[in-house]
Design a protein around this ligand. Structure first.
Ligand code: SF4
Ligand code: SF4
Ligand code: FES
Length: 234
């Protein structure tokens, strides 16, 4: 098959490679073959190869995907497909993007747990059946792959927008009864670049490889922010 691979930085170009077809071959297998057998200078990123670490996301035929769990069968058209770096992030080289602003936004959305107990205290248990725990059943499965961020048009229009993954993380923490940073977090996601910038396009939800719904998490945050503002807490 013919594989077009992005080379260079943001001003780069596609380079064509011929790769032998194999059964059960993933897009990551193809990129790895190219780097090992055809061009050792190709830069790309992966770690687990089993859909857990979130590091292998790339743009395949124009669509963001986790490449270790994307079978070639799914993307091959006329015996060809293309692979490029994720959109909405600076390109370091070839298929590698700089993820710093993606994770900096998790920090700006107060995506860190704020402890309320010390190491002298006993573990605080969260009942699996409690309403707040059930509300974040999906959201806590995020692997931080950046696929949703790359698919979001609002991120493309407004580079300050915190984006679906950081807001989903904030949503999981405001539902966590052990956390002590609720109001600070709601203030962090209430600004111009926060949850109210989401236009509910659903691209993040359509593309998330873990079938999560950041759109739903963001809708939940919008309600909490409005309630808090109504009560004069923000
Ligand atoms: S639903 Fe919101 S966060 Fe998700 S892609 Fe659309 S605008 Fe972006
Ligand atoms: S919400 Fe889904 S697409 Fe976005 S970073 Fe998490 S796992 Fe990836
Ligand atoms: S390599 Fe870890 S999710 Fe793909």
């Amino acid at each position: 098959m013919k594989v077009l691979v992005w080379r260079g930085g943001s001003g780069g170009r596609f380079q064509e490679f011929e790769v032998p077809r194999q059964t059960s071959q993933t897009v990551l297998d193809v990129v790895t073959y190219i780097q090992r057998a055809l061009d050792p200078t190709l830069a790309y990123r992966y770690a687990c190869r089993v859909g857990m670490c979130g590091s292998c996301a790339m743009t395949v035929n124009g669509v963001p995907r986790w490449t270790c769990r994307t079978h070639v069968d799914k993307v091959l058209k006329d015996d060809a497909f293309s692979v490029a770096p994720l959109k909405n992030l600076p390109v370091i080289r070839d298929l590698v993007t700089d993820m710093r602003e993606f994770f900096d936004k998790w920090a700006r959305a107060k995506g860190q747990f704020t402890p309320t107990r010390t190491k002298q205290d006993d573990f605080q248990k969260v009942k699996p059946s409690s309403a707040a725990r059930v509300r974040v059943d999906e959201g806590i499965e995020c692997i931080g792959c950046g696929v949703c961020y790359s698919a979001c048009d609002v991120v493309a229009w407004n580079p300050d927008y915190l984006g679906p993954a950081a807001l989903n993380r904030a949503w999981t923490l405001v539902q966590d009864e052990r956390d002590g940073g609720r109001l600070e977090r709601l203030r962090a996601v209430a600004g111009d670049a926060g949850c109210h910038s989401c236009h509910t396009h659903m691209s993040c939800t359509e593309r998330c490889p873990k079938s999560l719904s950041p759109t739903k998490s963001i809708a939940g945050l919008k309600k909490l922010v409005l309630n808090a503002a109504w009560k004069g807490e923000l």
